[in-house]
Write a protein that binds this ligand. Structure first.
Ligand SMILES: CC(C)(COP(=O)(O)OP(=O)(O)OC[C@H]1O[C@@H](n2cnc3c(N)ncnc32)[C@H](O)[C@@H]1OP(=O)(O)O)[C@@H](O)C(=O)NCCC(=O)NCCS
Length: 204
């Protein structure tokens, strides 16, 4: 039985990426506003488009900033991975939003700075979303991916999501209660390792 929490807990974990890099993972806080805007600016045009589905330029809108930073452990959370040794620590961030009409479901989104793709950061973020969503009583995480975004589609599929095409976009779903159905891929093994490591910290 998982305890449902109603206030954002003060969580912060010190972890190590597979290449040995120490990282800090934590939810975003209102004081991260400038950092978030700068991370948005640093992402490539293509990554921004893949994450936000719009060609917005380098400046994130105030409304989007407010939405991403408005944390509520039952409705929406955003976590970031940071490398404190860098001049600009954020490496990636990911969020889930609960569907008000179908509260057992939440939509996820993730973005990792381009030069840090393939280091396992997205998969670590997915584990954090998985556990924090599960803690909120969500059963299904859903990722929407543009058909041409092969990288994200491969990542979600390799991480065990069931994919379908609705004629317009790709829809990937994870059943958060079925960790035993993860496929035999390197990223799914990494995802499982993070879930095992972090669940005693997050699912109290
Ligand atoms: C999708 C994204 C979040 C993945 O983050 P990441 O940190 O690179 O992911 P990981 O390193 O944990 O996992 C990499 C896995 O992705 C897949 N992948 C990565 N690059 C790939 C490529 N060029 N071609 C095919 N598969 C690729 C593989 O499954 C790979 O696993 P492997 O390294 O064992 O082969 C990142 O690519 C990104 O920020 N993309 C732009 C925004 C976006 O598309 N978001 C998703 C929609 S919301």
């Amino acid at each position: 039985m998982v305890t449902i929490i109603r206030e954002m807990p003060n969580e912060r974990f010190e972890l190590t990426l597979r290449d040995g890099t120490p990282v800090i993972v934590r939810p975003l806080i209102p004081e991260d506003r400038a950092l978030l805007a700068e991370a948005y600016r640093r992402a490539s045009l293509q990554s921004r488009y893949n994450r936000f589905w719009t060609h917005t330029g380098e400046v994130i809108g105030e409304k989007m900033l407010n939405q991403v930073l408005a944390q509520d452990p039952l409705k929406h959370v955003t976590w970031a991975v940071l490398d404190a040794s860098r001049e600009f620590p954020p490496i990636g961030g990911a969020s889930w939003w609960r569907d008000p009409q179908t509260p057992k479901e939440a939509e996820l989104s993730a973005i990792v700075l381009d030069e840090d793709h393939g280091r396992g950061v997205g998969t670590l973020l997915l584990a954090l979303l998985w556990l924090t969503a599960f803690r909120a009583g969500i059963q299904t995480l859903i990722g929407y991916v543009q058909v041409e975004n092969r990288q994200a589609a491969a990542w979600m599929r390799d991480c065990g999501a069931q994919g379908e095409w609705d004629g317009y976009k790709l829809i990937f779903r994870w059943d958060l209660e079925k960790i035993d159905l993860l496929p035999d891929t390197r990223v799914a093994a990494e995802l499982a390792d993070w879930l095992v490591k972090l669940s005693p910290e997050i699912l109290v």
